[in-house]
Design a protein around this ligand. Structure first.
Ligand code: AKB
Length: 320
């Protein structure tokens, strides 16, 4: 059985990845490293937790040693919009924590998964069916840290056989923990507003396509890749994955089919729009499909049904 450490387990992805990993590998085999709240329900009760500053290598090393960890999911990151406002922090967290995880992994023979992002692409990248191997000249500091992350992860594999694997995640739509400071956050916020019965101000222009994915598929992507037969992997860091390419009007229409009174207006953010325009419209994820059978389950319709169902349940619990 694997012994897993999640670094950054209280964020948008970590709060759900920890539950899924514990259900698959057992509570005792998954250690949740946390730095900041909010703490998901039952977080401290369900298994081991350790306060870890990912920029401090000693804190990672001690935890890996203490629990005999063999696999690290490193989720420490500053998302694209916040990163533009604080490039030093973005670099220290994005690159610093990854180097720490890789160095600890090299010493203690751990596998490492650090999600990359569609942010690794830039204006010179082909926008439609963006290939797996193509131009990566991002204009954001977030994208730059993710390109460095991909390259350094491959380097640790090539030189020291550290088992590094990763996916280029698109915008993740979820209903447990809000994302913080990304360009694709609007695709989550729109659902919270719709279910709350409020109007939504969309920061991204109509017609701006970006890849998106529902959280259950994102969790499967990371876990299935880490479980994949290494003999089949031609690529490692990082695989294109997507499940839908959306622009705001498509989400608005899907929500209004289910909540007809919902209204959206536009209040476009210059920064978010310029980042969105520099990212692909839709990725070609055929390498992930061929090399480790990537096959997402949620399309726009299924995801919209589920998001509204879960958020309505949460709302009625709060109102009880
Ligand atoms: C962001 O918008 O910054 C992230 C991402 C696509 O990596 N959600």
């Amino acid at each position: 059985m694997k012994k897993i450490l999640i670094v950054g387990s209280t964020g948008q992805i970590g709060s759900e990845l920890s539950v899924k990993l514990r259900s698959l590998y057992g509570n005792d085999n998954v250690v949740c490293g946390y730095y900041t709240p909010p703490f998901p329900e039952g977080f401290f009760e369900q298994g081991s937790t350790e306060k870890i500053d990912a920029t401090n290598i000693e804190e990672i090393a001690q935890t890996v040693k203490k629990y005999h960890i063999d696999t690290i999911y490193n989720l420490a990151a500053i998302l694209s919009v916040v990163a533009e406002k604080n490039p030093d922090l973005a670099w220290n967290v994005g690159v610093g924590s990854l180097r720490n995880c890789l160095d600890v992994a090299r010493e203690y023979r751990c596998a490492v998964c650090t999600p990359s992002s569609i942010g690794v692409f830039g204006p010179a990248t082909p926008k439609d069916l963006t290939p797996q191997d193509t131009i990566q000249r991002p204009k954001t500091i977030y994208g730059i840290t993710k390109v460095v992350g991909e390259l350094i992860s491959d380097y640790y594999f090539d030189h020291w056989q550290v088992d590094t694997r990763s996916v280029r995640l698109p915008g993740i739509i979820s209903n447990v923990t809000l994302p913080g400071g990304g360009t694709t956050d609007y695709a989550v916020e729109i659902f919270y507003k719709a279910v709350a019965g409020e109007k939504f101000s969309c920061p991204i222009k109509a017609g701006t396509f970006m890849d998106m994915m529902y959280m259950p598929d994102a969790l499967d992507a990371m876990i299935n890749l880490m479980e994949a037969d290494p003999g089949r992997l031609i690529h490692r860091n990082a695989f294109n994955v997507t499940s839908m390419s959306l622009e705001p009007e498509m989400l608005y229409a899907a929500i209004r089919q289910r909540i007809p009174e919902f209204r959206m207006e536009y209040a476009v953010s210059e920064l978010k729009q310029s980042i969105a325009e520099s990212w692909p419209n839709v990725l070609d994820d055929s390498c992930a499909r061929n090399e480790w059978d990537w096959n997402p389950k949620f399309d726009l319709e299924k995801m919209t049904d589920d998001m509204i169902r879960v958020l309505r349940q949460k709302k009625s619990k709060v109102n009880e």
